[in-house]
Design a protein around this ligand. Structure first.
Ligand code: NBG
Length: 928
């Protein structure tokens, strides 16, 4: 049995609540099954494939009704309860809606007070900060929703090609401040609340982060949504609404990571709109049957019927995303899993009530938790369930929207572009093929050509262990029909490869979507490449590796054009304007306008002031303020074991990111030990020459990643010993801080305070990195390897003279790995000394670390720490030397920032729009 279509009644209710303009064809067919278009039979489909759409029934209806044309009345009367036969009624609606949208002081105050009393049931006598935040948030949300509805109606009317950004992660952080800034309402709210005895800005801190992501990949999705909205692109994000986001990290006994659940939805979330009537069935397990013509499995005609054994429901929660300085408000639709609606009364009567309840709870489990793995697949059945649940619901929603256009299927790629944010949603390729072939009766080849024109895939890693593979046995059980389709996709694909390269069986083995071995596996990255029209990497060096190494055979087969580069970007709104208002104000003052917030290349004009003494002084003052504020945070919130305040005059050296061997936090902390040992033995005179440094670490380790947790332990051990060194003079020169629970909100605090930040991955391993861009944008300098976006950052700021480079190059890495493994080159004495110091117990019981350290000096140094270590402290010395000359340092800092125009997420999404999606901005009509 195919998942049951929503009942007619549901479809009507659903349409009523649909904010996207409510244009819904009123034909019988549509209302019976809103997923249905031309699918009575195979033949009618083929007719429909080329047929032009029927004239818009609805539009004619609207024109009759409305005196001012369709824009004012996008509602189809057949789906509203409101009696609109009298035009005065409609005018009343419009007038009141206009009143609600007003943002003058008294309207804000009225809305705020209304939420205090009627939403929260509180009064000015018992309104704490959190309550005030909630009321303010609800009031801001009201504004957001009006604009959001208008945007969706506008898109529906304009009917452009839309892009759908599919991501299992969106790392949003906080919303309120970003929202009022993007909508230019911060001052209005501030003033309105001030008059009511409240400081609006202090309420920001009451908000919990929406942390539905692990790291860079999820934050990138959030930045891109901000840019898509700012540039008025007709885009929609799709994701999952995890009940628990990324875990909260605490440090136990001063050294070990422990994880606590992040129950971020404890209180109602004002930034989402529950769409209880936007719900789709999603099936799992079950069996596959040949279709009535008995065609299943036959090449060319593989239609079949899947009868899932288990159904759950995907319910939509919408998160509005306002653009900056535009009326466009986009949407991220997050799915939450719920049990199917009907309750099985017979099981109650059979005495199986508890079992039945447990089954329902299992349904909710699907979206209960974000898998806390960054750059490592989880490999759990529930994770695969999440992935299918996600794409199944998303495609039903996308195809429902397409079906309302009454267009033939041939138009699908002209209306729908789907971007896969990594392979996590790549089952969407298989699902679309299944829906087209099995449910709508399209020919395999025709369907497949459509699929390939719809999808594009972003690769975010070349690390072999990070590439997703699923056991065929698991896939077969959970998604039997999909597994067959994957086999068929693979069969036809390999046939075409064999035609090009006859007899090259080794090549076929290499390129097969199915990896043969003791356990057959599905290589999701290959599936994504084969099912997409374009594949992109996220920084130039990474895209080159993607094309020339990871997917080399595929580039040879499809041609290089299928593989493009789109260097990542960040939103300057959140990462400079919101995170660092002081620097934002200074830049705006100097450039004479805040146009740079929409055109980041404007920053290049700062270069002219790089040596300007007044400007330099102001620039330094901003940095000082931000360092003091971080020092204050550390003092207040980080367990400093009586170590006293951090010296904000010292150089702040920051490495904050997920803990991973390839990111080499281990090398950093070994470098810290090296420095500590050197300071310890330095004479008083030598010490006078040493630049005081505070080493700041932060980041989470995947709970099951043993080595990453060990690295956290080592950092904290070293920190505890150095910070408690009896030599008070030494303590002034070196200090280590571990800030627990790194998050978007903490990043906004930490990044503006950094003097130097560490991006020291083994060359060729960090696909891009995006925090590197955030640091430089905030006037921090980089120490790093020639990896990921570091390479392009150096180019754009004016060369490596303006940053601190060290280490092996990507093209040397393979050779070096072989050398380390088989030839065991001499280990540098400084490195040996550091390892010996740790092993000797200088930082407490060394037994947990011995294996990890021994591996480095035997054959296990895969990330080449021993190779790059000698040049690392040497690069740090260059940092010290540069810092001593504050004028020079400030000039470098200004020049760094001035070169960051290229790294705006606005540029990135424009690149995607042009190179991959073929979509255009769809700006809102000027407000009347
Ligand atoms: C990460 C890379 C980063 C990159 C982000 C965003 C994964 C799989 N990849 O270098 O490690 O900046 O993606 O592209 O999370």
């Amino acid at each position: 049995m195919v998942p049951p279509p929503p009942s007619a009644n549901t479809a009507v209710n659903y349409a009523k609540n649909e904010f996207e303009g409510n244009i819904m064809s009123s034909t019988e067919g549509d209302l019976k099954d809103d997923r249905m278009v031309f699918h009575d039979s195979h033949d009618t489909f083929l007719a429909g494939y080329n047929k032009s759409p029927p004239p818009g029934l609805l539009l004619r209806k609207i024109e009759k009704l409305s005196p001012r044309g369709p824009e004012d009345l996008p509602l189809d009367q057949s789906i509203t309860e409101v009696d609109l036969s009298n035009i005065a009624t409609l005018e009343l609606w419009n007038k009141i809606r206009k009143d609600c949208e007003s943002v003058d002081t008294s309207s804000i105050q009225r809305s705020f007070v209304n939420h205090v009393y009627s939403t929260l049931a509180r009064t000015p006598y018992n309104l704490d900060e959190f309550g005030a935040y909630q009321a303010a948030a609800h009031s801001v949300r009201d504004q957001l929703i009006h604009k959001w509805i208008s945007t969706q109606q506008h898109f529906t009317r304009s009917n452009p090609k839309r892009v759908y950004y599919l991501s299992l992660e969106f790392l949003m952080g906080r919303t309120m401040q970003n929202c009022v800034i993007n909508m230019d309402m911060e001052e209005a709210y501030s003033k309105a609340l001030r008059e009511m005895g409240l400081a609006f800005e202090t309420l920001y801190d009451q908000e919990t982060d929406a942390a539905l992501g692990n790291g860079g990949l999820g934050r990138l999705a959030a930045c891109y949504m901000d840019s898509l909205a700012t540039l008025d692109y007709p885009a929609l994000g799709y994701g999952l609404r995890y009940t628990y986001g990324i875990f909260e990290q605490r440090i136990r006994n001063g050294e070990d990571q422990v994880e606590y659940p992040d129950y971020w939805l404890r209180f109602t979330n004002p930034w989402e709109v529950a769409r209880v009537d936007v719900a789709y069935p999603v099936g799992f397990y079950g069996s596959v049957h040949n279709d009535s013509a008995g065609r299943a499995g036959q090449p060319g005609q593989p239609a079949a019927r899947w009868e899932p054994a288990e159904f759950v429901q995907a319910v939509a929660y919408d998160v509005p995303i306002p653009g900056y300085d535009t009326d466009t408000v986009l949407n991220i639709r997050l799915w939450s899993s719920k049990p199917q609606r009907q309750f099985d009364l017979s099981s109650f009567n059979d005495g199986e009530y508890e079992k039945s309840v447990a089954e329902k709870q299992r349904a909710e489990n699907i979206t209960s938790v974000l898998y806390p793995n960054d750059n490592t697949p989880a490999g759990k059945e529930l994770r695969l369930k999440q992935q299918y649940f996600f794409v199944c619901a998303t495609l039903q929603d996308i195809l429902r929207r397409f079906s309302k256009l009454n267009l033939p299927w041939s138009e699908l790629p002209n209306k729908v572009g789907i971007q896969l944010n990594d392979t996590h949603p790549s089952l969407g390729i298989v699902e679309l093929q299944r829906v087209l072939v099995d449910e709508h009766g399209l020919e395999w080849d025709i369907a497949w050509a459509l699929v390939q024109r719809v999808y594009a895939y972003t690769n975010h890693t070349v690390l072999p262990e990070a590439l997703e593979c699923w056991p065929v046995s698991l896939m077969e059980r959970l998604l039997p029909r999909h597994m067959r389709i994957i086999f068929d996709i693979n069969l036809y694909f390999l046939r075409s490869v064999e035609q090009r390269f006859p007899g090259d069986y080794e090549r076929l083995r290499r390129m097969s979507i199915i990896e043969e071995g003791h356990q057959q596996m599905v290589r999701m990255a290959y599936l994504a490449v084969v099912g997409s029209h374009t594949v992109n990497g996220v920084a130039r060096i990474h895209s080159d590796l993607v094309r020339s190494k990871l997917f080399r055979d595929f580039a040879e087969f499809y041609g290089d054009d299928k593989f493009v580069n789109i260097t990542n970007g960040i939103t300057p709104r959140r990462w400079l304007h919101v995170a660092n208002p002081q620097l934002s104000a200074l830049i705006t003052k100097r450039l004479g306008s805040n146009r740079w917030l929409k055109d980041l290349t404007e920053l290049s004009r700062l270069k002219a002031f790089a040596d300007d003494e007044d400007f330099q002084q102001e620039w330094r003052q901003v940095k000082r303020t931000r360092k003091e504020s971080l020092a204050e945070y550390i003092q207040k919130h980080v367990d400093t074991a009586g170590e006293g305040p951090v010296n904000s005059e010292a150089l702040f050296d920051v490495q904050v990111k997920r803990i991973h061997e390839y990111k080499r936090q281990l090398m950093n902390i070994l470098g810290v030990v090296h420095r500590y040992l050197r300071i310890k033995e330095a004479s008083a005179e030598e010490r006078r020459d040493i630049v005081p440094r505070v080493f700041i670490f932060g980041g989470k380790a995947a709970p099951g990643y043993h080595t990453a947790k060990l690295i956290i332990k080592l950092i904290n051990r070293v920190k505890n010993v150095i910070n408690a060194d009896p030599d008070a003079e030494l303590r002034k020169l070196i200090r280590v801080v571990y800030i627990p629970n790194y998050s978007v909100t903490l990043a906004e605090r930490i990044i503006p305070a950094s003097d130097i930040s560490e991006h020291i991955s083994t060359a060729g391993t960090e696909a891009s990195g995006t925090s590197n861009m955030k640091f430089v944008l905030n006037g921090g300098l980089l120490i790093g390897t020639r990896d990921g976006a570091n390479v392009e950052i150096a180019e754009h700021i004016g060369g490596w003279d303006l940053a601190f480079e060290f280490g092996a190059k990507a093209e040397e890495v393979d050779d070096l790995r072989n050398k380390v493994r088989y030839l065991r080159p001499e280990i540098h004495p400084a490195f040996r000394r550091v390892v010996e110091a740790i092993k000797s117990g200088q930082f407490g019981d060394s037994s947990p670390f011995v294996n990890m350290l021994d591996r480095l000096v035997s054959d296990g140094d895969y990330y080449l720490i021993t190779v790059d270590f000698p040049s690392y402290p040497e690069a740090q010395e260059r940092v010290d030397a540069a810092y001593k000359d504050q004028k020079k340092w400030t000039r470098m800092s200004i020049e760094n920032c001035a070169g960051m125009g290229f790294f705006s997420a606005d540029r990135s999404v424009q690149d995607y729009a042009k190179k991959i999606w073929g979509i255009n901005p769809c700006p809102p009509p000027p407000s009347k």
